[in-house]
Design a protein around this ligand. Structure first.
Ligand code: ATP
Length: 579
């Protein structure tokens, strides 16, 4: 399976900088509030240091009371400033998240269908749900707490150096442990995190597919096999979680020791400095309180760090869904309407070619049926003709222009693939219909939508709906039967108005009555267009202008129904077998 790409860590950093820059004002305000809260907090240890000095030097009770009251005021002011800073951080986080979500949906919608299919919908789904959820959780909670810790450590270190450079030197004892342990950890963590999220994505894919296809799983007696597959995926996920925990089990204790060590070193230095008369008791108290003041946010930050790392890995997956560049896409409709397939080879994977050199010319207005045994490559050829995938070599051209280079909205006005899978989106009938872009620009009018419904044979049904075009359809609302879902798809075809239609099993899943009705609607929609029908029922082939027989990834016969019957080759055998 070809997974969707991951953004690099550099891309994530750039995105973070870009986002902070785009919202400079909000970001600066939030940072400013955190700095203000920390600065207010720095006054606390200074006051307590003075208080100790006051007691040692025999100061008055009134002075001690005043310092104690000032200390309480500082605590209250710091709490209020922190609350305001956290509020700002959440607001900023919401802003970033809203943009990220919208950006993700926008980018996902530009992904070529072939890419999403190759990756499996589960991959995209887990990025859109769990990964955005992980980022959401971290942006709301972990990021502000870690920001508090960073600001506190920076400002407190400065305050310590200013208060007593000698005692502040005690901080340095942490470095020989802190630096190598972090370098070791940071080198390993990105790969471990990415693999963990990837495994979670696979697990989610399997669960999703099993639930979606529950009936098929049960009907084919695949339950045990699905359980085994899920267990194996769960085992892989647990293994990757264990790897992460093992890494953290070594990293976290080293980190904790590294911030306890400076307090011990400072105490020893303090004893020395006091005995030599280099520092008073008040200064030593202040410095010890500062190390203590750093410990609480550091502890909090450690608690949240894992969430932030998970969020970074999730951000790589979210930002990996990039907009598909349409820069080089041909935005002008081709002049001609004849289709030319020349020397086309194609494989879904590099190691297995499915089409081995197809040459075919379909003149404008022709009805061509493609027949052949299962797995011969008929649907694959249909997808290449509709520009859903590009050939590995060779070319598929409409009016001389390579189909896969056409911009999406131009392509859909030229050629459309109609299959049996017609999703009804949760939304109104109008929204379900108005998916193709209107060539003249602007919104589709009610009259245009109704005319399309009439061509697709669904006008009566639409008129019977309680709110007409504004009736809500889809899951949880007005249920649309399969035949009508396909008629809605036909109405969309009428709106997109392509000159060529590729039909792949468009009516094969329906019961005979519905299929006959749909075929009537289909015939009116096909009027005046080039039609390439992948024929699963051979009577469709008999009505076509020409029939192409695809076998083993090659066109082995091409001609009218009568000619091919007379030739007594593969087609004649298929017809004989069918009858
Ligand atoms: P059918 O009549 O059963 O639909 P077909 O003639 O339309 O068959 P294709 O669906 O084009 O045949 O498949 C041709 C070959 O490509 C088959 O071997 C199939 O297994 C393989 N194939 C089809 N879709 C994919 C895919 N998404 N990824 C990998 N291989 C694929």
């Amino acid at each position: 399976m070809k997974k969707l790409p991951l953004a690099s860590q550099r891309d994530v950093r750039r995105w973070a900088l870009r986002t902070a820059n785009a919202h400079r004002r909000e970001f600066a305000l939030m940072l400013g509030m955190f700095c203000l809260a920390t600065l207010i907090g720095l006054a606390g240890p200074q006051l307590l240091g003075r208080l100790v000095d006051g007691v040692v030097e025999g100061g008055t009770a009134a002075r001690v009371d005043l310092l104690a009251v000032a200390f309480v005021v500082v605590l209250l002011a710091q709490a209020a400033a922190r609350k305001a800073a956290r509020f700002r951080a959440r607001k900023f986080g919401e802003l970033v998240l809203a943009e990220t979500r919208e950006g993700f949906v926008g980018n996902a919608l530009t992904l070529p269908l072939g890419t999403v299919e190759a990756a499996g919908t589960g991959d995209l789904l887990s990025r859109a749900t769990s990964d955005i959820g992980r980022l959401d959780h971290a942006v709301r909670n972990a990021a502000p707490e870690i920001l508090i810790a960073v600001v506190t450590v920076l400002l407190t270190t400065i305050a310590m150096v200013v208060t007593s450079p000698l005692l502040a030197a005690g901080l340095l004892v942490a470095l020989p442990l802190l630096v190598p342990v972090n370098v070791w950890y940071q080198r390993r963590i990105p790969a471990v995190m990415a693999s963990m999220l990837d495994r979670w994505g696979v697990l989610q894919s399997i669960a999703h597919e099993t639930v979606e296809g529950a009936r098929t799983v049960e009907a084919l007696g695949l339950t045990e096999r699905r359980i085994r597959t899920s267990r194996a995926a769960l085992g892989d996920t647990i293994f990757s979680e264990r790897k992460l925990r093992a890494l953290q089990m070594r990293w976290l204790p080293a980190l904790e020791i590294s911030y306890v060590l400076p307090a011990a070193a400072m105490l020893l230095l303090g004893v020395l400095a006091y005995s030599q008369g280099w520092a008073g008791l008040g200064t030593i108290t202040t410095m010890l309180l500062y190390t203590q003041a750093m410990a609480t946010p550091l502890n909090e930050a450690l608690f949240w760090l894992e969430d932030l790392q998970v969020a970074l890995a999730a951000a790589r997956r979210i930002l990996g869904v990039r907009p598909t560049p349409q820069g080089d896409a041909v935005a002008e409709a081709p002049r001609g309407r004849d289709i030319d397939v020349s020397g086309v080879r194609f494989g879904y994977t590099a190691d297995r070619e499915v089409l081995h050199g197809i040459d075919l010319r379909v003149p404008r207005g022709e009805r061509l049926a493609i027949v052949g045994p299962s797995g011969a490559g008929k649907s694959t050829l249909g997808r290449l003709l509709a520009g859903i995938a590009a050939p590995t070599s060779g070319s598929v051209r409409i009016g001389g222009t390579e189909v896969s280079t056409l911009a999406d909205d131009v392509l859909r006005g030229e050629v459309l693939l109609l299959t049996q899978e017609h999703h009804v989106f949760s939304g109104t009938l109008r929204e379900n219909l108005a998916l193709p872009a209107r060539r003249a620009g602007g919104e589709w009018t009610d009259d245009e939508l109704r005319a399309a419904l009439t061509s697709a044979g669904a006008a009566e049904w639409a008129a019977s709906l309680p709110d007409g075009l504004d009736t809500k359809l889809g899951s949880g609302a007005y249920a649309v039967p399969a035949a009508l879902a396909q008629q809605l798809a036909l109405a969309r075809v009428v709106l997109a108005d392509p000159h060529t239609l590729v039909l792949d099993e468009a009516t094969s899943l329906l019961d005979t009555g519905s299929a006959r009705e749909l075929e009537r609607s289909l015939n009116s929609v096909l009027e005046g267009r080039t039609v390439i029908a992948i024929a699963h029922r051979l009577h469709t082939a008999a009505a076509a202008d020409r029939v192409a027989v695809v076998e083993g990834g090659r066109i082995t016969e091409l001609g009218s129904h009568d000619t091919l019957l007379a030739a007594e080759g593969s087609y004649a055998r298929l017809v004989a077998a069918a009858s």
